[in-house]
Ligand binder design. Sequence first.
Ligand code: CP3
Length: 348
Amino acid sequence: MTTNKDSRTRFVRACRGESVDRAPVWLMRQAGRYLPEYRQIRERASFLEMCRDPALATEVSLQPIRRFGMDAAVVFSDILLPLTAFDLGLDFRPGPILEKPVVDAAGLRRLKGSIATAIEPTCEAIAALKRELGDEAAVVGFAGAPWTLAAYLSESPLSRDLVQLNRWTYQDPKFVEELLDRLADIVSETLRLQIEAGADAIQIFDTWAGVLSAERFEAVVARSLRAVIRHVPRDRTPVILYARGAVHLVDAMVELEPDVLSLDWRTNLGAVAKQHGQRVSLQGNFDPAALSLPPDQIQSEVMQLLEAGRAARGHILNLGHGVQPQTPVEGVEAFVRAAQSEEAYSDG
Ligand code: CP3
């Protein structure tokens, strides 16, 4: 039997498909409005102020770890924060709003500014989390994928089907290519700085990849995403790739060779584990809405999901998307308890 001596090791080993005693657990958006202690801080500060204050960002990243003891802490920030390097008039209400979206080549040329300065508070928070947590939990850094950032840059507020960006992929493919290449550089720089600050793993969020067909994903998006993944020093820091509504993109995502593929709740994790689980570890994919079930039902659903995940070389238990603000705290507690219960251990 393997016993992992600490959560940080357990997490990184699961990413790489090395043997672990049980699947590590964390939740996307685990720091957020469902927690009363988060809402208390949020009453005094705007979301952007919280992201820009390393002490506040560190504090809210630690809140769920103190309460539930997940195996990983995700740094409190946002995928749009690097873009505050530019004069775009970004605000959150609570979704991102840009006063000055980028709609042409001239707009693209105006994207000049220091990414390092824009995400300095995030990097400071990562360093503080490392000091505070030691090996007690892995620290996860993150960035948006070029396509998802391009969506928020091109249209504000963003339409559900990315009407603007999708049209450009046909009308002006050269502009879209330039936009994605520029964003790939920004994302690579963001991840490099977070890794330098001490992130144990990084997650790339391609929340909007699912609007594309597999063919369009290959033709339009894959190149810039591959460039981002290739820039990460993989021997040091594993890469987790998340896409939402992307059952049809699983094969294409596996081809990009992330260490971990993070599935949304609509994908059958057991089926992907059987098909691709020897090449890639899996993360997910509990339905966030199911956190409203009674604790004993959460326990049994988690056990089924862990069973399905055993067909993969590694499984990190997580949700299929972020925790919703209406989620009962008891649901999150039951989820983490189940993941760490005796039954969840490989010989348990
Ligand atoms: O997971 C965590 O706990 C870390 C923090 C985190 C946030 N945003 C905090 C946040 C992470 C990893 C993100 C990523 C992010 N941001 C994504 C990709 C993941 C996904 O959800 O698909 C996207 C698309 C964004 C852009 C964004 N920021 C949106 C669409 C919204 C509004 C959504 C909502 O829940 O209302 C935000 C705001 C935001 N980002 C909040 C938080 C905690 C709510 C802000 C508040 O407290 O008012």
